[in-house]
Design a protein around this ligand. Structure first.
Ligand SMILES: *[C@@H]1O[C@H](CO)[C@@H](O)[C@H](O)[C@H]1NC(C)=O
Ligand SMILES: *[C@@H]1O[C@H](CO)[C@@H](O)[C@H](O)[C@H]1NC(C)=O
Ligand SMILES: *[C@@H]1O[C@H](CO)[C@@H](O)[C@H](O)[C@H]1NC(C)=O
Ligand SMILES: *[C@@H]1O[C@H](CO)[C@@H](O)[C@H](O)[C@H]1NC(C)=O
Length: 356
């Protein structure tokens, strides 16, 4: 209202018509509320819960801090649905029917601190979905159909404190995926069909390290193998996994994967130590920073190699050119008419005689 009153006809005549209209349009888009939603101007909250929505309403005010889309019938979301909401702090899309999320869905939400996707039908996540969320603290992915997580999914979440993956279809997890979550305090992993075999061994080590540094986690009960069913994997002694290192060695006969001296040296006991379990960080475990460093080294190597080859080629070209020119000059001299040479000789003789 206040903005509209500023647009007096006299001013329009003075030429500020365009500027005034633009500001009016901008202001009205900030103040308007999507028809099916309730907007609280003071808390900048837009509540579109329980409206039977099948798509995200357009024109959500750009300065919205909290957007609630719970209990609707959303089965897909366009990649641009939230692209104007860079001020968004909390986003809750729980209790819908989402199964696939576009990889760029959250890419403009640099202020997001809380994301709730509980109770949907999400079966897989794009590796890049959570990139560009430097302030995210809480992430709820519980009650979905996730059977695995792409490695690299959590690489750029330095502030994540709380994560739940309860009630999915996870059978095992990769330690490398969770390694970058250096500020994680609570993780919930219960109610998944965990297979407590070699594939979960490295993740068991991560969980032990996580609880050792004060992290909280719920029960993680094995579903398979049968003799471990119902047991919490953290209570399963490491000796149960000692056969895994033998399997590793059989499966990868490469020389670099043999239990090397660094693993066996650590234990002074005369007993044969278990190389796989005493040394869980073998070659395969590489956190994001190491992977990036390796990439940099490879690129630097390639660039240096190319420069070296170019220098060698240039040097060879120079040498060949120089020798060809020398040869050419020699031949040119040989072919010169004898007259010129005779004159030269006469000249020399004259000089010699004058000196004498
Ligand atoms: C709007 O949000 C403020 C702060 O959270 C709250 O005190 C107020 O009751 C809300 N107003 C309405 C109409 O819900
Ligand atoms: C985002 O803002 C632009 C320009 O204000 C507008 O054209 C577009 O419709 C908005 N997108 C959504 C999804 O609201
Ligand atoms: C999950 O969402 C569906 C559909 O919105 C709802 O009917 C159901 O009660 C929800 N379940 C839980 C456990 O929240
Ligand atoms: C966070 O929100 C503010 C406005 O509330 C905005 O100016 C800023 O660009 C946002 N930051 C990011 C990283 O999107």
């Amino acid at each position: 209202m206040r903005v509209a009153r500023r647009c007096y006809p006299s001013r329009w005549a003075q030429g500020s018509f365009v500027a005034c209209c633009l500001s009016l349009c901008a202001a009205s888009s900030l103040l308007s509320c999507p028809s099916l939603c309730k907007c609280n101007i003071s808390s900048l909250q837009v509540d579109c819960s329980g409206r039977g929505l099948t798509s995200v309403p357009p024109n959500i005010p750009q300065d919205t801090r909290t957007l609630l889309l719970l209990n609707n019938r959303l089965s897909s979301i366009s990649g641009k649905a939230f692209s104007n909401l860079s001020s968004l702090h909390r986003l809750d899309i729980s209790n819908n029917f989402l199964d696939q999320l576009p990889s760029q869905l959250l890419s403009n939400l640099g202020n997001l601190t809380e994301l709730r996707l509980r109770n949907n039908s999400i079966r897989s996540l794009d590796r890049d979905l959570l990139q560009g969320l430097p302030l995210l603290r809480r992430l709820d992915l519980s009650l979905n159909g996730l059977s695995q997580l792409p490695s690299g999914l959590f690489d750029d979440l330095p502030t994540l404190h709380w994560l739940t993956l309860r009630s999915n279809r996870l059978q095992n997890l990769d330690r490398v995926t969770f390694e970058p979550l250096s500020n994680l305090e609570t993780i919930q992993l219960g109610d998944n069909p965990w297979e407590c075999d070699c594939n979960l061994r490295d993740f068991k080590h991560w969980m032990e390290w996580f609880t050792y540094r004060g992290g909280k986690m719920d029960e993680l009960q094995c579903t398979l193998p049968k003799d471990l069913r119902g047991r919490d994997i953290r209570m399963v002694p490491v000796e149960m996994f000692s056969y895994c290192s033998q399997l590793d060695d059989e499966n990868s006969p490469g020389p670099s994967d043999k239990p090397g001296p660094p693993c066996t040296k650590a234990s002074p006991a005369p007993l044969e130590p278990d190389p796989g379990l005493d040394c869980p960080q073998r070659q395969r475990y590489r956190p994001a920073s190491v992977r990036r460093a390796i990439g940099t080294v490879i690129i630097a190597g390639v660039v240096c190699g190319v420069v070296c080859i170019m220098m060698v080629v240039a040097a060879a070209y120079g040498c060949i050119y120089a020798s060809l020119m020398a040869k050419y000059q020699r031949e040119l001299k040989k072919r010169q008419p004898l007259m010129g040479d005779a004159e030269g000789e006469q000249e020399e003789q004259r000089q010699i005689s004058s000196v004498a």
